[in-house]
Design a protein around this ligand. Sequence first.
Ligand code: ATP
Ligand code: MG
Length: 395
Amino acid sequence: MQPHIYPKGSHSISKKDIDKDALYVLETLNKHGFTAYLVGGSVRDLLLGHKPKDYDISTSAKPEEVKSIFKNCLLIGRRFRLAHVRFGPKIIEVATFRAGDTDTNALIIRDNTWGNEEEDVMRRDFTINGLFYDAANESIIDYVGGYKDIQKQILRVIGTPHARFRQDPVRMLRLIKFRARLAFTIEESAMQAMLECRPEILKSSSARVLEEVLRMLESGHAETFFRYLADAGMLTHLLPVLAEFIEKDHKKEIFSFLHIIDQLEEMKERPVLLSCLLFPLFSRHIAILSDKGSRRMHLGVIQDEAFFIVNEFFSPFFVMPRKLKTDIASILTSQYRLTPLERVKGRFFRIPRVADFDQALSFFQLRADMEPGLQDLCSRWHSAYQSQEKKHNHL
Ligand code: ATP
Ligand code: MG
């Protein structure tokens, strides 16, 4: 198939907007006789006038050939062999053109067969992610109509949506992520396919899904992402406890927390972000138990309940790293130290010997951002914590 070429000057990407190390890698590969293009998210973001998060390069060079050209290069990955070219903390990812089984319905297990540049585009997820930028002549190479879809703000699947979602159900999550992040419209057949293929998400790797969810919590678009996830009926499959809570008209409690973290200038730790999804549910659970009054809700009981809720919340799909679970349970429990159910007399601002108490305080700050009535209490806890830290540093 002949691609559509958008020559220099006919599109909005200017060489000076591109990371100089990425350009160096492209030019060096060209000099050695290989084809090499910028691809994926970086081309999309440059066309949209956004600053790309990272730069991916696709090339005709095999991983070993890339390694022999760059001193600062490491080959990684078992499933996909990739070259990482390092510039200090920055990594430019260089992948050899690869073919994928675009027509099969089966889950992809291995896809490491080399291909040509067209095949490399056809295995990608959405047309807006399927553009190449050729630094040698500053043109855009478009096999899939992605350029026009960016102009029209449309999310269109490359290939048959049903087949593509069955092969890799994480693509459905990516579809929702791009909708939330870019505010693009999902093309009709993709929307239909997603609605039909939703339960397939449970066949994907929980670690990959968790990573996508965590990245969205950090993205500044968490609220829209979770709203769309709930609306598309995906949340019911991934986090059924949360989906039910939201359906029972507790939308506002969850989405207000997400709204707060979307405004943060400095991102918080991952357990703190996840706690925003659990706390409204947990505090309701504790309120019910405490109203029943059958036992005294001291911190030991609250901690047991926190572990119980954390396990319920992530089951049955997510296999959570133990440390992440413990951190969340500890953040939730500590909220009842910071704002006790009953008034405590005496040494109220005593900082406990709990590891990661700073995360509990950091989460308390989010609660106070939502509920201005907590602000004063929150600053007093922060001062108490800081003076304790100072004391420790002097010892
Ligand atoms: P982000 O800005 O979030 O990094 P991205 O589009 O760059 O978005 P990456 O996860 O970095 O996303 O992937 C880079 C590229 O690899 C994508 O643009 C897309 O072309 C391709 N890709 C990623 N995940 C998939 C997938 N599950 N199926 C097919 N192609 C994919
Ligand atoms: Mg990327």
